[in-house]
Design a protein around this ligand. Sequence first.
Ligand code: PMP
Length: 308
Amino acid sequence: WFPDVDKIWFNGELVKWEDAQIHVLSHGVAYGSGVFEGLRCYNTIDGPRTFRVKEHIERWRDSAKQLRMTIPFSDEELIDGINQTILENNLDSCYIRPLSFFGYHSLGVHPLDCPVDVVIATWPWENYLGADAKEKGVRCCFSPWIRVHSQMVPSAAKATGLYIGSMLARVDAIDKGFDEALMLDATGNVAEACTENIFVVKDGVIATPGLDSSILPGITRKSIIELARDLGYTVEVRSIARGEVYSANEVFLTGSAAEIKPVREVDSREIGTGKPGPITKHLMDEFSAIVRGENPKYAKWLDPVTSP
Ligand code: PMP
């Protein structure tokens, strides 16, 4: 995999994509001891803007803290790193992947003498979950793998090792001919999709699981809750039973990579009419206007991509 991207920010320097190398016995490789982010830069009517970059940096640090990792750069340095990487690669709209992990020192499971390596990569990433997913909706199945419980690992941390669960669920779903898997939590309620949060709509009311379902607290989720409430919808944050997904009028997924994706089918049951529903479409339209920079009310979510 070699996207048409020249540079990666690696420990404070922009290096050639192919030169961003680590030792094979880095702690993060052996034990999945890393934390990361995923966010987007949009080509708005005012030029490239990152979406909620400060919240992503904050969640990155919160994730690191849960692993007792200190990211050895200030927030300003990390945001400058993101901006420099976008500018250096001449991208005006892209996905951004900040990542930090325990590096190469020793392979005891205790990592605290290991350096912390920090990476920021950017690349174009359209059509997440399929080219026609926005128009037609995605087909999901419930995975036999459940979302890790917050008592097993800090499930609210966006930690690399936790993604084994997402990987297994996604691979099974694709094998069975679906686009994405939904995961239950350890109590049997709905948690989220492999790399997105989930919302269900019934009789005009929107609902999404809370942190007690061991979800990743998604920044798109938070944005959609705020947006939907501002638009006058009722949004409940509560436990959701599996059956509520099957009988919902609408289901949609949210994530930085996926943005908002309607779900048209779950476990071979059509959701609503089997087409993206009106509330999902309303939120998608409003969200697209926001990320094009066309809604001044949410200009606070967009930051210019400037060099220091
Ligand atoms: N859950 C998981 C497991 C994820 O990987 C993601 C993607 N970061 C999300 C939810 C959605 O979070 P966000 O909206 O912050 O991208």
